[in-house]
Ligand binder design. Structure first.
Ligand SMILES: Nc1ncnc2c1ncn2[C@@H]1O[C@H](COP(=O)(O)OP(=O)(O)OP(=O)(O)O)[C@@H](O)[C@H]1O
Length: 253
């Protein structure tokens, strides 16, 4: 069985025109992921972790390299080359992205936000209602909050809602971009339970977490960007669990 995701030679840089600076965020990166696996990405602040996830989700257009994804709908495709329309389809149906930031919409309750995620997949209002109830219960968002506006939620509550919105689509691949960054310890460990549940359900995951202790025992593999040679370039290598333990004493951020 081919990998679910295989990144080959990915490079991405940014030009900040008003500062006259060119920033090499990711350079010649290789990474692969099998179905049901959870890969953690660690590295210093600015080492390109988010850029990798955003390139997979195609928030950023990769500059060089291929991001081969085995889609249920399209077969194996290069996310770096795919049309906007197909990318849009994959975001709706196959690939989810969760960060610490909530995509709140004005005058939209938590329940409606989750329902909209289902409706945009082409499902009926009834199906969306049912799926929203299941997702919000599954991720233990207090039912008293379901009909409230999420802008008033705590960091942990927003995250639960974010995850519910992503998970309700049953994505094959879920990208977690530092979702626990603003959470206290208790909320973090609740998120860990959620991730363990997703893993048990067979979701394939790539996650960025600053807290190495949080990742320990959770990820199948860790992709280590700590060995970068200069602040503007990375060239990473894959570690297995033992190698992860050996980098566990260093702080990535
Ligand atoms: N949209 C952008 N425009 C300009 N520069 C960017 C953009 N996105 C990322 N960069 C630059 O690319 C480099 C890598 O950024 P990225 O956010 O991927 O790092 P990171 O490892 O996720 O950092 P952190 O741990 O601090 O979130 C940084 O130098 C950043 O300033």
């Amino acid at each position: 069985m081919p990998h679910l995701l295989e990144i080959k030679g990915l490079s991405k840089s940014f030009t900040i025109h008003h500062l006259g600076k060119h920033m090499q965020a990711v350079q010649n990166l290789d990474l692969s992921l099998d179905e049901g696996e959870f890969i953690g990405i660690v590295g210093k602040s600015g080492s390109g972790k988010s850029t990798i996830l955003k390139s997979i989700y195609r928030t950023y257009f990769p500059e060089r390299g291929a991001i081969m994804y085995r889609s249920e709908k399209f077969g194996t495709v290069d996310l770096a080359q795919l049309s906007e329309r197909e990318v849009h389809y994959l975001r709706k149906h196959e690939i989810g992205y969760v960060s610490q930031f909530l995509n709140a919409m004005p005058r939209t309750t938590a329940r409606e936000l989750v329902e909209q995620s289902v409706i945009e997949m082409g499902k009926s209002q009834d199906e969306a209602q049912q799926a929203a109830i299941e997702a919000l219960s599954h991720f233990e968002l207090d039912p008293e909050l379901w009909d409230s506006y999420p802008t008033t939620f705590s960091g942990g509550q927003k995250l639960r809602l974010n995850i519910a919105c992503a998970i309700v689509k049953k994505p094959r691949l879920l990208l977690l971009d530092e979702p626990t960054a603003s959470l206290d310890d208790a909320s973090k460990w609740k998120v860990r339970e959620v991730i363990e549940r997703l893993k048990a359900d067979g979701t394939t995951l790539i996650g960025i977490f600053h807290d190495l202790e949080f990742m320990d025992g959770l990820c199948d593999k860790v992709y280590d960007l700590l060995q970068q040679k200069s602040p503007t370039s990375i060239s990473g290598g894959m570690n297995d669990r033992d190698a992860f333990n050996s980098v566990g004493v260093q702080s990535p951020g």
